[in-house]
Design a protein around this ligand. Sequence first.
Ligand SMILES: [Zn+2]
Length: 489
Amino acid sequence: MSAISNLQPAAIWRNFDLLTQVPRPSGHLEKIQKFLLDWAAQKGIEAHQDEAGNILMYKAASPGREDRKVVTLQGHMDMVPQKTPDSPHNFETDPIETWIWTDEEGREWVKAKNTTLGSDDGMAVATIMAIFEDDTLEHGPLEGFITADEETTMYGVEHMKDGELKGEILLNLDNETHGEMVTGSAGGVNQTAELQYEAAAAEEGDVAVKVVLTGLRGGHSGLEINEGRANANKLMARVVSDAIANFEARLATWNGGNMRNAIPRHCEVVLSVPAENAAELAETINGEWRETFTSEYGYVEKALALTASVEETDPEALVPEEIQDQLVNALMGCHNGVMRFIPHLPSIVETSSNLAIVEIDSTKAFFKILVRSSNDTQRQACCDTLEAIWSMAGMKVELSGAYPAWQPSPESPIVELMKQVYREMFGEENHVQVCHAGLECSVILSHCPGMDVVSFGPTLRSPHTPDERCLIESVGKYYNFVLETLKRI
Ligand SMILES: [Zn+2]
């Protein structure tokens, strides 16, 4: 038993402590699945594992509440395995070691020793266990739905059966801030534009100029798309376009970005330039372009670094001139970043695109984009806008990996009830949010349409890192909020 099993409310912390003893990194869930089924059997709770690896549990209504709506309490069983470089921890075999840390403001947090804590989403599983084992609570019929591999592929919800859930209301317990409710999330789709061509010969008397843009912050292409950060590919397009127009430059290669869901932080381009123009081009990039980007982005991009250098070896082959111009025009003209905010929640991004990866060499070009929206037809409109630009450059365009939006409803009964309960309990407003990234809720809704869905949870910080921590005082408030909500449904 560790110190955290003595924290209050005991019901939730005792169960969370048990969960820290069961290894459960994404992709290795046998131990946690067995633990949950054994635990349910021991408590006399009806439970089973479905074909997708999810665990379902059922609990009858407390007396007199049999006619209430069925509520599904949901969280994911897996955790992200991250540790500090010096930690010997083995996530497949070792328990998580917890301790209590006090921040500068005197607030107490539960943390793990040099690893992720697994409060994302162990807090949800502990909540479900606490509620299911307590026969003194008042509530309607309950269903527990503990999902598999949310953090990697959303395997559990992707492969659940249509209509598998009995619930009419879904309480997803995977949000990270007490005092905030998520009522919608973005869907997404991968767009890939591709073009193949014959290489053009290198130009006599040309030299190579290598341009490197690096040190950008990058970040999550959904959650951080509205922060005005620089996209390395979009900035590079301006430099290359200028080099072509004013220095007779030709494009040899372009490599920008490496992950579709990350804002690109780095881009490298090799140009071929008449020898007499090379030094001036490098000077212009190292001088004017660097100053321009620093003045535009210095506030958010403190480590931005742009350098151009004249190289010893010349490129062996080039992108054909006409194709090069079309590709660069397309990169200049394509939309990138926020496209629209939600009309009834104007501070929240609805639709965005991220020009994530650009790879060009002398025979082929690939552009990879991730388009997100909490409105499925706006997502399509954004894809169509981009496709129009890529088509003008003669590129072939494909979509893949689409997942649906959880479109926020301006009048959800569960959201209205929970706003009221929160106001009565805490004397302040519960903030309504829409998440500009994919959540399990949208996939569950696609299998079980018509559920009234909301996502909330206790306060966690830095999930997915060894600095993950859970704010102790938020857990009691959150747990009482769940219990009061269940009583009022
Ligand atoms: Zn989570």
